[in-house]
Design a protein around this ligand. Structure first.
Ligand code: F3S
Length: 425
């Protein structure tokens, strides 16, 4: 790998032993992927995936201490993934005890470390840092050092920034030293599509289901999706961005997609069109039957498949302002239709603290509260990732949450019926 003078100097220890080790780690990481050089991180802010003060992460706290001691603070301010706990989210006594005394007992300590290191602000905890309300929105062409998979795929695809699917901690290293290895999705070649996906459905495909189908088919490859503009239009308005947020998270978690192109919609597809498709690209046709096949293939891993759901999570990735508003309308009118005044399953909508603050300024907030829906800033995955919550029958329309936990997936329409009417969708 070629290093420029400044990079070589850091590696040689010109800025201290700690930064030299950080640079060495990034160089080794790059060499493993045949990177040809290191390039500067150009985004205004960084984003870290490790936001939770999990007791088991002692090596991370020690690493952070070393970095802080060496004064090697991040050259960029950063946002971080969501906090894991919120007292407003229903949990029984035992669950709360386990969260606070065992699992996330280091939360306050770790947040203190993050603040010292350069956290954007004390509420900059969300996986949708690119929302306008949060303000960590990279520009097209920016080089990033992120690793939250749902944010990486959004930044690459919808914003046209350049970022690999890094691992946690590697995002921190790149941010501290200000360089990342040049390979994969940072290169023009790596951004070419090796799959053409043809959408031939008779109605707008469910974002989370379509993303799942594509993710499971192409895995880590880059898909070029044709025919989705028929349903999403050709402008990246709020509705299209919200759809692509959920679609992308499903491609990234059900497969390992870091970048997709949507013909006539996403920036690079608009600029370069079919020139983005690599020679010999494979083809995958998605129609109604294929989406149904994918849906039917999801295993139900509840102990009792007929259990009544005890909790519903929406907002993985965190909901947009547009989503919170439209779901308020939907929940209200469905409750009316089924003759209920409040949701019949405890339901939590999660969003970024800054998005929730904006939502609170609107009339919708009062209306949503009246339906019994709880809003929160947590990551549902962090909530569910323990044996106690894992046994709970939880429903969600997030395909990421379905993949990583015991939560059961339903489409948005099915979820709406379940939380407002009850019974089977
Ligand atoms: Fe976000 Fe947590 Fe889901 S980080 S994408 S809410 S798993």
């Amino acid at each position: 790998m070629r290093l420029n003078e400044q990079q070589q100097a850091i590696l040689n220890g010109a800025q201290g032993e700690t930064l030299a080790k950080v640079m060495l780690t990034l160089v080794k990481y790059g060499e493993a992927f045949n990177a040809d050089k290191m390039v500067a991180v150009t985004s205004e802010y960084n984003h870290l995936v490790t936001s939770f003060g999990l007791k088991a992460l002692t090596p991370v706290y020690e690493l952070m201490d070393k970095i802080l001691e060496a004064g090697a603070c991040s050259s960029q301010k950063f946002s971080a993934d969501p906090r894991p706990v919120d007292k407003n989210v229903p949990a029984n006594f035992l669950e709360k005890f386990i969260f606070n005394k065992f699992m996330y007992s280091k939360q306050d300590f770790y947040e203190g470390q993050l603040e010292k290191l350069g956290l954007l602000n004390k509420d900059a905890f969300t996986c949708t840092c690119y929302m306008n309300e949060v303000g960590n929105k990279p520009k097209q062409g920016d080089i990033l050092s992120w690793s939250e998979s749902s944010a990486v795929v959004y930044a690459n695809s919808v914003l046209g920034a350049r970022c690999n699917r890094n691992s946690g901690i590697m995002d921190l290293m790149g941010s501290i030293v200000g360089y990342v290895p040049h390979f994969g999705l940072l290169t023009d070649e790596g951004r070419k599509a090796t799959w053409v996906i043809k959408i031939e459905t008779t109605k707008k495909p469910e974002a989370q289901l379509l993303g799942s189908a594509i993710g499971m088919k192409v895995m880590e490859d880059v898909p070029y999706v044709v025919g989705l503009d028929k349903w999403l239009g050709t402008e990246l308005d709020d509705a299209a961005c919200t759809y692509l947020k959920d679609f992308g998270a499903a491609t990234a978690s059900n497969g390992a997609v870091g970048l997709y192109h949507i013909a006539n919609l996403t920036p690079e597809a608009k600029q370069l069109g079919e020139a983005l498709i690599a020679e010999g690209a494979k083809e995958y046709v998605i129609d109604d039957a294929e989406l149904q096949r994918v849906y039917d293939s999801y295993p139900v891993i509840w102990k009792n498949a007929d259990a009544t759901p005890k909790l519903c999570f929406m907002g993985c990735p965190h909901m947009s302002l547009e989503q919170l508003k439209s779901w308020t309308d939907k929940v209200e009118s469905a409750l009316k239709e089924y003759g209920n005044s409040k949701v019949v399953i405890p339901t939590v909508f999660t969003a970024a603290p800054a998005v929730l603050a904006e939502f609170e300024k609107t009339d919708y907030a009062k209306r949503l509260k009246a339906t019994g829906v709880i809003t929160s800033y947590i990551c549902p995955l962090m909530y569910m990732n323990n044996p106690l919550c894992g046994k709970k029958p939880v429903i969600t329309s997030s395909n990421k949450l379905r993949t990583y936990t015991t939560a059961r997936y339903y489409t948005d329409d099915e979820i709406l019926v379940q939380i407002t009417k009850g019974g089977k969708a």
